[in-house]
Design a protein around this ligand. Structure first.
Ligand code: ATP
Length: 216
């Protein structure tokens, strides 16, 4: 593979519950790239009660977005610490201001847009369980853990995200429509965005795989 020679600087976009987290894990597993999930990072800080965690908790609880300056500082630091320069950003950028900031420091080479109907998303989030320390995601009836309620790797208990409650999910979808959809247009104009439309992760994964391979 050419993975070691060419830098892979990618962004994955998708509504809450679109499956972008699951798709990211598959990309990371198959190709030699670092996964940077803004949501996982924030939840880690909240769980560990860091200063940043305390600052951002209320935004996650309400389904609103964390201020741009905070997110840009957090993600720039993460990217700087990556040695092989191959990364996949998941959950960032989420606003045009974040996309502009990223483009200035670390230009993006490809953007994967996961496009799933809202009706599918709402059903999916209801059945979602996560292992908080690792960010591993399970879906009841589709991607079940081997032992109900337990993480496959560590055996630790799974939990539901507090922001997966229906009224908070609505707020997250509204934030997505008003603030993140413009990011799609931002990358479209630069001809680096490709959309993958479907109802299930398995139905769009083969095309994403081919597309990602072309860029390595
Ligand atoms: P899913 O995990 O289902 O794809 P999501 O995209 O809403 O859903 P995360 O990316 O984990 O979930 O984000 C969870 C929350 O973290 C957001 O609702 C927001 O409050 C905060 N957040 C994460 N990334 C950003 C960002 N780039 N800018 C602002 N807030 C963010």
């Amino acid at each position: 593979s050419k993975a070691a020679q060419v830098a892979f600087k990618a962004v994955i976009l998708g509504a809450p519950g679109s499956g972008k987290g699951t798709i990211s894990s598959r990309i990371v597993k198959q190709f030699n790239v670092n996964h940077i999930s803004s949501g996982d990072k924030l939840r880690f800080h909240i769980a560990n009660k860091t200063m940043l965690g305390k600052e951002v908790q209320r935004y996650l609880e309400s389904g609103g977005l964390v201020p741009d300056e905070t997110m840009i500082a957090l993600i720039s630091t993460e990217i700087v610490h990556i040695d092989n320069h191959n990364w996949l950003l998941d959950g960032f950028p989420r606003t045009v201001a974040q996309a502009e900031a990223l483009q200035k420091i670390h230009p993006v080479s490809l953007v994967i847009n996961v496009d799933v109907p809202d009706s599918v998303i709402i059903e999916r989030i209801k059945n979602r369980w996560i292992h908080l320390p690792s960010g591993r995601v399970y879906n009841v009836g589709f991607n079940d853990p081997k032992v109900p309620g337990k993480d496959d790797v560590t055996g630790e208990p799974l939990s539901q995200r507090p922001d997966d409650r229906p009224e908070i999910v609505q707020a997250r979808l509204r934030e997505y429509a008003s603030k993140t959809k413009p990011v799609i247009d931002y990358y479209k104009k630069r001809n680096i965005l490709k959309s993958f439309v479907g109802k299930t992760t398995d139905s769009i994964w083969p095309d994403i795989q081919i597309y990602a391979k072309k860029h390595l």
